[in-house]
Design a protein around this ligand. Structure first.
Ligand SMILES: C[S@@+](CC[C@H](N)C(=O)[O-])C[C@H]1O[C@@H](n2cnc3c(N)ncnc32)[C@H](O)[C@@H]1O
Length: 219
């Protein structure tokens, strides 16, 4: 994967999102925000892209301090620009431009991590390293909000429809961004192995998109 790939896509990403899924992706990103209980002090937003979830998190959790990690400089610029209409929140945001595969994760630091439409950028072997690192960065009892285009097992028509869409999406993203992943890896087993417990799941578009809330075990 190369940073310039997602840089190229950043300016048209919002339009692409609208064409592909209308409002569904934003509904999936934000589906569980209202259900989060307890203080949300430190938030880690991984592969946040142009910042639509970031804007909501800053509004919904006025005391939260947010670390945004993305390898694309242009995506980070877009996210920063999105906050232009309420610049007072900028003090609460730390921006880190890095390839997450080379980032040293803090340990037991965050109350909430988000990875909307991000884990699907990675191969199985990359996820096997990343998922435990992300989990270790969470405090016990912390939340992980996760949304992705998925391939449902049943019914067959949903599985075939999603399979076709994934073929098209991966062909596009691999060509434009140099993405190394060639197919979607269901992260459920890896999260469970990392001692995360799923507390909520909501489906959108008749099973095209899943939005999950997981909680870190070990309180
Ligand atoms: C498909 S976009 C998703 C953007 C956003 N999270 C959303 O909800 O639409 C993937 C994002 O992850 C970032 N990204 C991809 N691979 C990355 C990596 N290895 N390290 C850090 N960021 C990465 C891209 O720059 C891009 O902003």
């Amino acid at each position: 994967m190369n940073a310039s790939g997602f840089d190229c896509l950043a300016r048209s990403y919002r339009a692409l999102e609208f064409i592909l899924a209308g409002s569904m992706m934003q509904r999936a990103r934000t589906a569980h925000l209202a259900s989060l209980a307890g203080p949300v002090g430190r938030v880690l937003m991984l592969g946040e892209g142009p910042g639509r979830l970031l804007e909501r998190v800053l509004q919904d959790f006025p005391d939260a301090v947010v670390t945004v990690v993305d390898q694309s400089a242009v995506m980070l610029q877009q996210a920063r620009r999105r906050l232009g209409s309420f610049p007072e929140v900028l003090d609460r945001v730390e921006w880190i431009q890095v390839d997450l595969r080379h980032w040293v994760f803090p340990v037991h630091r965050y109350d909430l991590v988000s990875t909307p439409f991000f884990l699907d950028c990675f191969r199985q072997d990359e996820l096997e390293t990343l998922v435990p690192q992300i989990t270790r960065s969470l405090k016990p009892g912390a939340y992980w909000l996760l949304a992705d285009f998925q391939i449902p097992v049943n019914p067959a028509w949903q599985r075939w429809r999603a399979t076709l869409l994934h073929h098209a999406m991966y062909a596009f993203f691999r060509r434009v961004t140099g993405l190394s992943a060639s197919h979607w890896v269901d992260p459920d087993i890896l999260l469970t192995r990392a001692r995360m417990k799923r507390t909520r799941r909501q489906l959108f578009g008749a099973g095209l998109i899943r939005s999950d809330c997981w909680v870190r075990d070990g309180c």
